[in-house]
Design a protein around this ligand. Structure first.
Ligand SMILES: Nc1ncnc2c1ncn2[C@@H]1O[C@H](COP(=O)(O)OP(=O)(O)OP(=O)(O)O)[C@@H](O)[C@H]1O
Length: 469
């Protein structure tokens, strides 16, 4: 395997010297401040006062629920977007614009279909003042390092998804970046390909065959974070803030087969599934040793937001409740996520939905059915709908409000624009449309109303009419 320019590989102590390479100081980011992204004109705070340091020698994983601002934080650290407040420093100096010492690998890479692998990789060097021969040499070395030797002249369409992602890695590594950022780099790949690429990347990093001095990875996959990272940062949502920084496991204990790995994943699950619980209490209960090990936490910045309907299909909600019931009304979330092959971000809306409906509660890493949840699981279809209706009316004020309007309006109907305008008091246009879809889905299942799709009208309807919908 060809190794990069030896002068730049930071062999010896340099790579792991702990120098602060990148620092976020009080970084906040709001979107829609210029009227974009929020029809109501109100900016949405996405990141709130983030303080963070990335040091030489570190592999840092960023975890957090969907929408907690992981990608936004990564982009702000990379200089792709400007913080609304605070600043990012690179080696102590304020960073303006995109950092040339940093490269990013995204979930799926936009390769130019009319260029070969070699030409696509060479593109990474466009901004650098190199001769043609130097460019070629660097690109060939990167291609070799990332295991694409022999495919230099292939076109993207001739490559598998995994190989295309390798080209993405080669294009990032060819610039010999001091900082390598990755935004869910393995999530579009099949399980085996992802496992292979992950292993090879770690081997390049740990053997210091690449000049990269620090890696930051955004992921939904808790296993990946625990297997790879020296430090794990868990973000909380609304607005995005650092809930906790956990030290990674010692390298020898990171394999998925190890007990330490399972324990760590379990702890992070508990933290992520208990957004309202103080992290300190979870840590002292489940991992007292971590507290002594330099764990930083920051719970004070959580600001609650009006509750939205999670992006969960009714069929999946009922399926999950039945599954938990079949397992004795309690399941371990980490196990069930693995079994159903659901990443945390896929499981999260389901958990929110069952919690919002009062059917089950996440309790420190387990999902436990409530009494109503047990009745729901044992009910026939008609009873199930009745329970759902009752829970929705009790626990989703917005749907209750829609029903009240329909009951009191002459003609018992209402255009969707009315609902959308209410939603846009809190949400941007895209989010409001998505919420509308959820409300329609849940409201129809609860038989609160009919929704005439082609005219965008809500109407109070008899259950029979609703079923035809
Ligand atoms: N350019 C933008 N304009 C307006 N809102 C944005 C923009 N980029 C991100 N957001 C909002 O910021 C919030 C955080 O998004 P971000 O993608 O950073 O979260 P995330 O934790 O990476 O989510 P996921 O895990 O789903 O990718 C979301 O509510 C998103 O809608």
């Amino acid at each position: 395997m060809t190794v990069f320019n030896q002068q730049n590989t930071h062999k010896g102590s340099d790579q792991h010297d702990g120098e602060v390479l990148l620092e976020a100081k009080g970084v906040s980011k709001s979107f829609g401040a210029e009227g974009k992204g929020s029809r109501s004109g109100k900016p949405k705070l996405v990141l709130d006062s983030i303080d963070l340091q990335i040091r030489s020698g570190e592999f840092v994983a960023l975890l957090g629920p969907s929408g907690s601002g992981k990608s936004t934080l990564l982009r702000a650290l990379a200089g792709l977007i400007h913080p609304t407040e605070g600043q990012v420093l690179f080696k102590g100096e304020p960073q303006y614009g995109t950092n040339p010492h940093l490269a990013i690998v995204f979930q799926s890479f936009a390769l130019f279909p009319w260029l070969t692998v070699l030409q696509n990789v060479e593109l990474g060097l466009e901004a650098q003042d190199l001769t043609h021969t130097q460019r070629l040499k660097r690109a060939l070395a990167a291609i070799d390092t990332i295991g694409l030797d022999g495919f230099e002249d292939a076109y993207p369409k001739e490559l598998s998804g995994g190989m295309r992602q390798r080209v993405g890695f080669a294009r990032a590594l060819v610039v010999e970046p001091e900082l390598l950022f990755m935004d869910e780099p393995f999530s579009a790949l099949d399980v085996l390909t992802a496992a292979n690429l992950r292993k090879e990347l770690i081997s390049l990093w740990e053997s210091r065959s690449i000049p990269t001095r620090a890696i930051v990875m955004v992921t939904h996959n808790i296993d990946d974070a625990v297997s790879m990272a020296d430090r794990i940062i868990v973000l909380g949502a609304n607005p995005g803030h650092i809930r906790i920084e956990l030290p990674g496991l010692p390298r020898g204990m990171r394999s998925m087969a190890s007990e330490a790995h399972t324990g760590m994943v379990d702890l992070i699950y508990r933290i992520m599934t208990s957004p309202k619980t103080d992290v300190g209490s979870l840590l002292s209960k489940y991992s007292p040793t971590l507290i002594l090990d330099g764990v930083q936490r920051n719970e004070s910045t959580t600001v609650p937001e009006p509750r939205q309907l999670p992006h969960a299909a009714i069929g999946d909600v009922t399926g999950l409740i039945e599954l938990v019931h079949a397992r004795g009304d309690k399941v371990d979330l980490y196990q069930i996520g693995r079994e159903l092959q659901l990443e945390f971000d896929e499981l999260q809306p389901l958990l929110e939905a069952v919690d919002l409906l009062g059917l089950a509660e996440a309790q420190e890493g387990d999902l436990v059915l409530t009494q109503v949840g047990r009745r729901f699981a044992e009910a026939n279809v008609l009873e199930e709908k009745q329970i759902f209706r009752q829970q929705v009316l009790e626990r989703v004020p917005f749907l209750r409000q829609i029903l009240q309007v329909l009951e009191t309006t002459p003609g018992h109907s209402m255009p969707e624009e009315y609902v959308l305008s209410l939603l846009e008091n809190h949400l941007n246009e895209e989010q409001a449309i998505e919420q509308l879809e959820r409300l329609v889905d849940w409201g129809r299942y609860a038989e609160l109303f009919t929704y005439i799709e082609d005219r965008g009208i809500f109407r109070l309807g008899e259950p029979e009419a609703v079923q035809q919908g």
